[in-house]
Write a protein that binds this ligand. Structure first.
Ligand code: MFK
Length: 524
C-alpha cells in the first residue's frame, strides 16, 4: 500500500532518492526496534520526586525503547525531513512515510515527535526570531546529541476541550513572564521545551485572553525550572509516554506571539499533531492487519488455515479495506499540509485542508479503534493475552479519538471550518474529480456510493442549518464521519484506477468495493 501510493504521488527520480531512507526505516522498525519493543513490554517510565537528601528532583527515566527511539528519530529525520524540504511540498509526505514506518515499533514515541513538529511549525510561523533561533535548530536537527523534543501543555482541571477556561496565570518579570497554575495532563514531560497557554494578569477570560508561551523545562543542571511534577498519569494505554500532572510555580516563560489570542496562536500545533494522529492511526491499523493476516496463514482450525476459511477471509478483507481507505485520507492531508508549508497552495486547497484536518483525525481515530479490536479477535483468546504483545495495540489506539480533540469536539470544529471558509465546495470538487478518474467497470458501484453519500451530506447540511443550531450540532458527528468516509472512498477509487492502469494490481479495487459496502453514509 505504501509503495503503491508513493509510486503514484512521487516523481520517479524523487522516489529513487527517498526510497533508501524508507527501506532503512522499514528495516529498523521490522527488526531492531521491533525486537526491542517486545523486550521492553513490561517497562514503564519512572518519576523520582526526591533524592536521598530530601531535595525535590522530579527526575524522569524513560524506558530503553524510548531512549533508542529518540536517537533513531533524530538521526533518520522523522521530524527534520519536513523542514529540510529537499523535495518541496513532498518532503512532508516523505516525513509522514517515515513516521508511518517508525510508529508501530516505538510505543507512541510519535507523541513527543508530533509535539516537536508542531512546536517547530508554530515557532517558524510566529515571527519571533529570538525563539526561532534558540529552539528551531534543536527541534529539526538530525544530530541526536543536539535534538530537543517539545511538549504541549494545554489541558487543565477545567478540561482538555474548552481550553479557553485555562486558569494558569502569567505574571511579568524582568526577563519575560513567570507562570503559576496546574497542568492536569501534559504530553511527554521528558521534553526540553514546551508550548503552553496562560493568561497574562489583567487579561479578559476566554481563549482570546490567553497567550501562547514558550518555556524550557529544565535548567543547565537538569533540574526542573520551577515545575513540580506531581505524578505520572496512570493511563489505559500509551504507557511509555510520561504524561504528567504538574504545578507551575513561577516557571520562567516567554511570549511567543502577542499577549492575547493564545488559542488561535497554538492552532498550528493542533493541526500538525492532528496530522500525526491520523498517520499514527493508519500505522497502527497496518501493524494490526499485517499481524492478523500473517497469523491467518499459520493458524489451523476446523481442518484448514484460517486464511482459507471464507468468513475469516471476509473479516480480514473488511479490515484491509478500512485501513487502505484511512491511509489514503491521512496521506492526502499530508500532501495538502506540505503544499501549505511551501506556500504552493491555492485558496480553495487551503480551506479544504482546514476542513479535512479535523475530519481526517476524527475518522481515522474511530477506524483505528475498530480495526484494533477486530484484530485482537482474529487471534481468539491469544489476542487478549498480554505476552502476545497484541492488547497494547487496542489500548494505544483508544487514545487516538480522545487526545488532540475528541470526535465530538472535532465534529463541531468541522462545522466551524465549513462556515469560515466555504470549504465544502472544494471538498465536493475533489471528490467529484477523484470519481471522474474511475473507468474500470468494477468500480462503478463504489463510485455510485460515494456520489450518493456526498449528495446526502450536502443536502443534510442545508436542512440541518434551517432546522436550527441544536439539530445541526446533534448531527455533526454523523455528518463529519460521512464526509471523512466519503473522501476516503473517493481517494481509494482514484488510487485503485491508477494502480490498475500502472501496476496491473486489483488490490485497491477490491478494497474500494469492499469499503463502499461497509457504511460510508452514516447520516440517517
Ligand atoms: C500521535 C499524536 C500525539 C498526540 C499527543 C497528545 C498529548 C497531549 C495531551 C493533550 O493536551 S490533548 C488536549 C488537546 N486539546 C485539544 O486538542 C483542544 C480541543 N479543543 C478544540 O480544538 C476547540 O475547538 C478549541 C479549543 C480550538 C476551541 O476553543 P475556543 O476558545 O472556542 O476557540 P475558537 O473561538 O473556536 O477559536 C479561536 C481562534 O482559533 C479562531 O480564530 P479567530 O480568532 O481568527 O476567529 C479559530 O478560527 C482559530 N482556530 C481554532 N481551531 C483552529 C483554528 N485555526 C486553525 N486551525 C484550527 N484547528
Amino acid at each position: 500500500m505504501l509503495r503503491s501510493y508513493l509510486a503514484r504521488v512521487f516523481p520517479i527520480d524523487v522516489l529513487r532518492e527517498i526510497e533508501g531512507s524508507l527501506a532503512e526505516m522499514g528495516r529498523l522498525a521490522g527488526v531492531d526496534l521491533y525486537q526491542l519493543q517486545l523486550a521492553d513490554r513490561l517497562n514503564e517510565p519512572r518519576l523520582t520526586q526526591w533524592d536521598a537528601w530530601g531535595n525535590r528532583i522530579d527526575k524522569i527515566e524513560l524506558t530503553p525503547l524510548w531512549r533508542v527511539a529518540e536517537r533513531i528519530a533524530a538521526e533518520h529525520g522523522v521530524v527534520a525531513t519536513a523542514y529540510e524540504q529537499k523535495h518541496g511540498s513532498l518532503s512532508r509526505v516523505h516525513q509522514c512515510a517515515l513516521a508511518y514506518l517508525f510508529t508501530p515499533s516505538t510505543d507512541i514515541y510519535s507523541c513527543p515527535l508530533a509535539m516537536t513538529d508542531g512546536a517547530a511549525r508554530t515557532l517558524l510561523g510566529s515571527g519571533n526570531q529570538a525563539l526561532i533561533d534558540r529552539a528551531v535548530p534543536h527541534l529539526t536537527t538530525r544530530d541526536a546529541n543536539e535534538f530537543w523534543t517539545a511538549g504541549q501543555w494545554m489541558t487543565e482541571l477545567t478540561g482538555g476541550s474548552d481550553v479557553g477556561l485555562s486558569e494558569t496565570v502569567a505574571k511579568p518579570d524582568a526577563n519575560g513572564y513567570r507562570l503559576y497554575g496546574r497542568k492536569w495532563f501534559t504530553s511527554a514531560i521528558s521534553s526540553q521545551i514546551a508550548l503552553t497557554l496562560a493568561r497574562p494578569e489583567g487579561n479578559p477570560p476566554g481563549g482570546r485572553g490567553l497567550a501562547l508561551f514558550y518555556l524550557e523545562t529544565r535548567d543547565e543542571h537538569g533540574r526542573p525550572r520551577n515545575i513540580e511534577i506531581n505524578r505520572l498519569k496512570d493511563k489505559l494505554g500509551t504507557r511509555k509516554v510520561p504524561t504528567a500532572e504538574l504545578n507551575l510555580v513561577g516557571t520562567p516563560a516567554q511570549l511567543v506571539k502577542g499577549n492575547t489570542d493564545g488559542v488561535r496562536n497554538i492552532a498550528p500545533v493542533l493541526n500538525i499533531t492532528r496530522l500525526w494522529n491520523g498517520i499514527s492511526a493508519v500505522a497502527l491499523m497496518r501493524r494490526g492487519v499485517a499481524l492478523a493476516s500473517d497469523y491467518a496463514g499459520k493458524r489451523v482450525a476446523f481442518g484448514a488455515p484460517l486464511s482459507e476459511k471464507p468468513l475469516h477471509a471476509d473479516t480480514l478483507a473488511g479490515l484491509e479495506a478500512e485501513s487502505e481507505a484511512a491511509f489514503q485520507l491521512a496521506f492526502y492531508v499530508a500532501e495538502l499540509t506540505g503544499q501549505s508549508e511551501t506556500h504552493e497552495i491555492s485558496e480553495d486547497a487551503a480551506s479544504l485542508l482546514r476542513l479535512l484536518t479535523p475530519v481526517m483525525k476524527l475518522t481515522t481515530g474511530k477506524q483505528a479503534v475498530m480495526v484494533a479490536s477486530e484484530v485482537l479477535e482474529c487471534f481468539g483468546g491469544a489476542g487478549y493475552v498480554e505476552d502476545t504483545g497484541l492488547p497494547v495495540l487496542l489500548r494505544d489506539s483508544q487514545v487516538l479519538p480522545i487526545w488532540e480533540g475528541t470526535t465530538n469536539v472535532l465534529a463541531l470544529d468541522t462545522l466551524r471550518a465549513i462556515d469560515s471558509g466555504d470549504s465544502l465546495r472544494p471538498f465536493q470538487l475533489v471528490v467529484t474529480r477523484c470519481l471522474e478518474t474511475a473507468r474500470d467497470h468494477d468500480l462503478a458501484d463504489a463510485v455510485r456510493v460515494a456520489r450518493t453519500s456526498l449528495d446526502h451530506a450536502t443536502s443534510w447540511l442545508v436542512e440541518a442549518r434551517s432546522a436550527g443550531q441544536p439539530a445541526l450540532e446533534a448531527g455533526a458527528r454523523r455528518f463529519a464521519l460521512t464526509l471523512g468516509r466519503t473522501m476516503e472512498l473517493a481517494l481509494l477509487i482514484k488510487h485503485a484506477q491508477w494502480s490498475h492502469d500502472h501496476e496491473q494490481d486489483r488490490q485497491s479495487t477490491a478494497a474500494a468495493r469492499r469499503f463502499a459496502q461497509s457504511g460510508v453514509d452514516l447520516i440517517f
